[in-house]
Design a protein around this ligand. Structure first.
Ligand SMILES: NC(=O)c1ccc[n+]([C@@H]2O[C@H](COP(=O)([O-])OP(=O)(O)OC[C@H]3O[C@@H](n4cnc5c(N)ncnc54)[C@H](OP(=O)(O)O)[C@@H]3O)[C@@H](O)[C@H]2O)c1
Length: 278
């Protein structure tokens, strides 16, 4: 029976490229999309309707993948949104939407696949995060907030579920050339026309549309598929050359240092070892 993978946000960008790559490597892929027919033809994946902001949609998607494949071995929380602009200019509705998708969406889907993985004693949950989850850049604060939160949630999750044989991996991606990074002048106009926006106009103008070092999505897909092929021991994996540089330059913890501190602080090594309380 081929390993089955459920991936959210597979209509385009990194999700679509990853779904294609995993199909090419022989995985049984369930590609989550928000509207019927949104999965481009010829990917080899099965389209599954999935909006991560809706629990019923999440439950139906997980159920339908499970019914067809018998089980979900791997979950890739990829669906994501970006919001550009200084925090003083941020729109609350958009900010909430970002947290709904990038953070709570990943939690909803994770919660839905976990009971079966836990009972089976195996499973791999991958979170598509970002360098913005490790470093806060100007005009990127809303996105950074969502991805820092995803990083923290995933650190906790990894410690909670290791005992059940479930592995968690954070994929910290550098810039990739997808719709997420494509922004036009109208966005600048909208931001500048807010009451506070004028003050940040030079910053917004300088950063708008900058895609320094952005690589094609298929390059990320190759790395993500290798992580699925061979699940790493580390919690955090840099995706792409820019991410590799940032990891090296800032000596980013791949998970081990934080894990030692957390286990010490919470005194729960027994939990990780699958033992009773000390
Ligand atoms: N591109 C980069 O440079 C970069 C860097 C680091 C991390 N990332 C992360 O990579 C992931 C994919 O981003 P991308 O660059 O491929 O962006 P993208 O091309 O804009 O694709 C975003 C995907 O998320 C889906 N989505 C949005 N809201 C959703 C919802 N409520 N429920 C389910 N799916 C939803 C979109 O579906 P629709 O087509 O229906 O809108 C689309 O398939 C994100 O988590 C992003 O934060 C990207």
């Amino acid at each position: 029976m081929p390993t089955s993978v459920l991936i959210s946000g597979a209509s385009r960008g990194l999700g679509l490229a990853t779904a294609r790559e995993l199909c090419a490597r022989g995985y049984r892929v369930f590609a989550g999309v928000r509207s019927s027919g949104a999965l481009p033809a010829g990917t080899g994946a099965s389209e599954v309707l999935l909006d991560v902001t809706s629990q019923p949609s999440v439950d139906r998607a997980v159920e339908s993948a499970r019914r067809e494949a018998g089980r979900i071995d791997v979950l890739i929380n990829n669906a994501g949104l970006h919001a550009f602009g200084a925090l003083e200019t941020a729109d609350e509705v958009r900010f909430r939407e970002l947290l709904e998708v990038n953070l709570l969406g990943a939690w909803r889907l994770t919660r839905a696949v976990l009971p079966e993985m836990r009972k089976r004693g195996s499973g791999h949950i991958l979170m598509v995060s970002s360098l913005s989850g490790l470093v806060g850049l100007p005009a990127d604060g809303q996105y950074a907030a969502s991805k820092f939160a995803l990083e923290g949630m995933s650190e906790s999750l990894a410690l909670e579920v290791q005992r059940f044989g479930v592995r968690v991996t954070l994929l910290d991606a550098g810039p990739y050339d997808t719709d997420m990074l494509r922004r036009d002048e109208s966005l600048l106009h909208n931001l500048s026309s807010t009451r506070q926006g004028e003050a940040y106009e030079p910053l917004h103008r300088a950063l708008l549309g900058r895609r320094q070092g952005a690589e094609p999505s298929r390059n990320a897909a190759g790395i993500i598929a290798s992580v699925v092929d061979d699940p790493p021991d580390q919690l955090r994996i840099p995706i792409g050359p820019v991410a590799e540089q940032v990891f090296a330059g800032l000596e980013i913890d791949r998970g081990e240092r934080a894990r030692q501190v957390a286990l010490e602080a919470a005194s729960v090594r027994w939990w990780m070892r699958g033992e009773d309380p000390e």
